[in-house]
Design a protein around this ligand. Structure first.
Ligand SMILES: *Cc1c(COP(=O)(O)O)cnc(C)c1O
Length: 377
């Protein structure tokens, strides 16, 4: 029996053929026809005007933040319940990340606390140049409420959609909300280029500016002329080819993850666990089911650590939910608007193996094992 991972890359012959195609074309470089086509295909898929393929999702967040005016002395409010990359991108610009707590049902940012944080910061004289939401483990935020509240306050929304490609809120794709959005194609995400990301926006000026900064801020003249500090953030042509093959398989991979979620809900349905979000759709939202997250109820006398140890002994990987940024030592001095929700989710929450490449036999192995561990069988 081999080890079952949380979310392993799902690679088929299509990706192998795409890499060969890219290599044979001679475009073994950052940029090239695969990159151009990948940008068009993702923009179409999500329903935005412009896309910029980059070396990571973190790079996409960084460039979007720069365009929104992130700099020392200003604040960006951001969901605390996220991967460090969201907050790190803010820190790169010198701006202060200000952390906002979650709502209970799915761990996504609490709209009320988000608005309160902005109003309070402003009342104290702090300039807030943007709000960053995160579609946690593939569950869309409540954008109907969030977009309206931010618009009222004149604060641009930057969507960290790194975990959310393929999800929808009221029929609108994750990645299409706000001024700009970032996708990640890291190895464990819903689709991968092995490493990569994309900046999405309907704002042509924002994307053009990011494109320029991502290629070392090179001026359009025949020699190398620079008037600003730039970055080396572009995606390679070879990796874009992998991404195009993955995109062609995305709906199938999401369907498989959804099936896995349904199986978890069937087998664990009678236990004292809360599933983050819902299985499929609650009318407003469609999740991509990137990861299945559960929160242990009080009657379960186990910690996430206990569960992790037990599952590990069965050669199955489970993980804690993200540890909130306001509890991270590196952000100990950051301002926060918290009510204990994300901390509780972290102390009781786990993510379960959710990869689309898991075989039917392994699905049964995983659901059986987690059921046994949680019931002490
Ligand atoms: C993965 C992830 C990122 C970063 O993406 P990279 O491509 O790894 O840089 C950012 N935010 C969230 C919420 C993520 O899960």
């Amino acid at each position: 029996m081999s080890r079952i991972f949380m979310s392993k890359a799902d690679i088929s012959d299509a990706e192998e053929e795409a890499v060969s195609r890219a290599i044979r074309s001679g475009w073994v470089a950052p940029l090239g026809p695969e990159v151009d086509a990948f940008e068009v295909e993702i923009a179409e898929r999500v329903g935005v005007a412009k896309a910029l393929a980059l070396s990571s999702g973190t790079a996409a967040l960084h460039l979007a933040l720069l365009h929104l005016g992130a700099r020392p002395g200003v604040a960006v409010v951001v969901s605390s319940m996220t991967f460090a990359a969201s907050a790190n991108a803010i820190a790169y610009t010198g701006a202060d990340p200000v952390f906002v707590d979650s709502r209970d049902s799915d761990g996504n940012v609490s709209p009320d606390l988000l608005f309160e944080s902005i109003d309070t910061l402003r009342a104290g004289g702090t300039e807030v140049i943007g709000a960053m939401t995160v579609d946690l483990i593939g569950r869309p935020c409540d954008y109907s409420v969030i977009e309206a509240g931010l618009e009222e306050r004149g604060v641009p929304l930057l969507e960290d959609a790194a975990e959310g490609l393929g999800a929808y809120h009221r029929g609108k794709a994750v990645g299409s909300f706000g001024r700009a959005a970032a996708l990640s194609f890291n190895g464990n995400k819903i689709m991968t280029t092995s490493g990569g990301g994309m900046l999405l926006s309907n704002d042509e000026e924002l994307v053009d500016r990011a494109r320029y900064l991502s290629t070392q801020a090179r001026q359009p003249v025949s020699w190398y002329e620079h008037t600003e500090i730039g970055y080396n953030y572009r995606l390679s042509n070879i990796l874009a080819a992998i991404g195009r093959a993955q995109l062609s398989r995305l709906d199938g991979m999401i369907a498989r993850r959804r099936e896995l979620r349904r199986r978890y809900m069937e087998v664990l349905g009678d236990l004292d666990v809360h599933f983050l979000g819902t299985a499929d759709t609650d009318g407003d939202d469609v999740e991509n089911c990137w990861l299945t997250g559960i929160v242990l109820g009080d009657s379960i006398d186990l910690t996430p650590d206990d569960v992790q140890v037990e599952m590990n002994a069965r050669d199955i990987e489970v993980r804690h939910l993200w540890k909130p940024m306001h509890l991270q030592p590196v952000f100990a001095n950051a301002r926060r608007f918290v009510d204990g929700t994300s901390e509780r989710l972290f102390r009781r929450g786990l993510t379960l193996p959710s990869g689309s490449e898991i075989s039917d036999a392994d699905v049964e192995r995983v659901v059986g094992a987690i059921h046994d561990v949680l019931t002490g069988a």
